[in-house]
Write a protein that binds this ligand. Structure first.
Ligand code: PLZ
Length: 453
């Protein structure tokens, strides 16, 4: 297995030149014209971080209709980990699309679905016997994990965490913590969802064990351990602001779940598939989840998600109880197999760790120079900074959004996150070159310098 070097090898980046280049303002005239059509045609309920329209993307670059090349520090929210239009993904899905695009796995089956399940069963933590089931979106995977846990335990309660994010469908909206923009005016939400405190080292001053004791005490006193079907937690919270729980927090929850007959579900939709410098973030915690939900990075940009876990839990559902017309679509499965092949062959786990080292070096300097960074956190190519008013712990969402917008204007796609809207998060494709990554970090630092002048 090789390690990605400084410059992304040609086969991962299609033929897009790997340089940041602005030829118009962001957005340019052609994007503005499309934005006007968009406003007339698309529901305003669907948001967009940047008002630009893309024609091509690959490696660490996104090209817009006006000819601007932007550095991609978002990967379409942690999806294109192997890069956009990566060769193995495109070759695999093209061949598959030419043979057949859909049969519905529940009607007539195909090998690709089975191969993806075999890969998931092998790559996820633990060497026990596993089964998988495939779906389309992350939210759908979470919903199905809950269905499976309820069927297995014959219990109803679902425990989730402060700052957690699990999706926008009715059940997963209820499981998601933040009201705006995800839940506002969309209730009522599904019953039997309970939210308990998360370990938040930068703010709660607790050890992992203390934070877990708080959460467990809430479960025992307010729900009843024998009423709980599942504990669902992101091993690093994504939308919540890349909160890495204090050491010991997740293992203590797993212990409690095991002892109490509760299914422990790791939502690794954002953290999975090499993103954090391991196949799955659960590995950093030394835990083996009963079930694990995956999506995003699994298929190089095609919609595919999965639930993987202990055979006896996954097989507890009555035959026919799981499914959906498109779940495990053959084209998406071919893309997943291509994507997994790239991750293995190019050792993207090691590359994620290199990206972490590069980003953290820049961010540590930035924190020293600005005094407005409460915390630098995350793992691998999933790193964030929490932004506060100088010399305090008061969150500064205005500065955060100002910096994000300034980065966009300079051709660097960055995303924000966090319950308080004060987290700037970085999720570059794992195939980004060192030079683009360093340049993006420099542009970010410059925008802080300008904003704080
Ligand atoms: N679980 C941990 O991160 C999706 C949401 C973007 P879907 N996160 C990005 C937005 O504003 O809609 C996510 C996640 C975790 C579940 C999901 C849901 O995945 O594929 O968006 O349904």
């Amino acid at each position: 297995m090789g390690t990605m070097s400084q410059d992304s090898p040609k086969q991962f980046v299609n033929d897009l030149e790997q340089v940041r280049k602005l030829v118009t303002a962001i957005p340019g005239p052609l994007s503005i014209a499309m934005q006007n059509r968009r406003i007339a045609a698309v529901s305003s309920g669907v948001g967009a971080t940047l008002p630009i329209f893309v024609t091509k993307a690959g490696g660490g670059i996104v090209l817009d209709v006006d000819g601007n090349s932007l550095i991609d520090m978002g990967s379409g929210i942690a999806v294109t980990s192997v890069g956009n239009s990566a060769k193995d993904v495109v070759d695999g899905l093209t061949k598959q699309a030419q043979n057949f695009t859909h049969t519905c796995f529940m009607v007539t089956q195909y090998e690709g679905y089975v191969e993806v399940c075999e890969a998931l069963n092998q790559l996820t933590p633990g060497d026990h016997e596993k089964r998988s089931a495939l779906f389309n979106t992350g939210a759908e995977a979470v919903e199905n994990a809950v269905k499976i846990a309820r069927a297995y335990t014959k219990r109803q309660a679902v425990v989730v965490f402060e700052h957690g994010y699990h999706g926008r469908t009715n059940l997963t909206m209820g499981m998601t913590a933040k009201v705006m923009p995800y839940k506002y005016s969309f209730g009522p939400f599904a019953p039997e969802i309970y939210r308990v405190p998360m370990s938040y080292p930068a703010r709660d001053g607790l050890t992992g064990i203390q934070a877990a004791q708080n959460a467990i005490s809430r479960m025992e006193k307010e729900i009843g351990s024998d009423q709980i079907a599942a504990i669902v937690v992101e091993p690093i919270q994504g939308e919540g602001g890349f909160i890495v729980p204090a050491p010991g927090f997740i293992p203590a929850l797993v212990n409690y779940a095991n002892k109490s007959g509760i299914v422990f579900i790791a939502d690794e939709i954002q953290t999975g598939f090499c993103r954090t410098g391991n196949w799955f973030a659960s590995e950093h915690e030394g835990i083996v989840p009963d079930l694990i939900t995956t999506a995003k990075g699994i298929a190089g940009g095609l919609p595919l998600s999965a639930v993987t876990g202990r055979a006896e839990i996954m097989d507890a559902v009555h035959p026919g109880g799981l499914g959906g017309t498109y779940g495990g679509n053959p084209v998406a499965c071919a893309a997943a197999l291509g994507s997994i092949a790239i991750m293995q062959r190019e050792n993207l786990i090691a590359r994620a760790k290199q990206i972490e080292a590069i980003m953290k070096t820049h961010l540590e300097t930035l924190a020293q120079e600005t005094g407005v960074i409460l915390d630098i956190r995350g793992r691998g190519a999933m790193i964030a900074i929490e932004i506060v008013k100088a010399g305090s712990t008061e969150s500064d969402p205005e500065l955060t959004s100002k910096i994000a917008k300034a980065c966009h204007a300079q051709g660097v796609i960055v995303l924000t996150a966090g319950t308080y809207g004060n987290v700037l998060r970085f999720l570059p494709p794992l195939v980004i070159s060192d030079s683009l990554l360093n340049e993006a970090m420099q542009v970010i630092a410059e925008q802080f310098e300008i904003a704080l002048r």
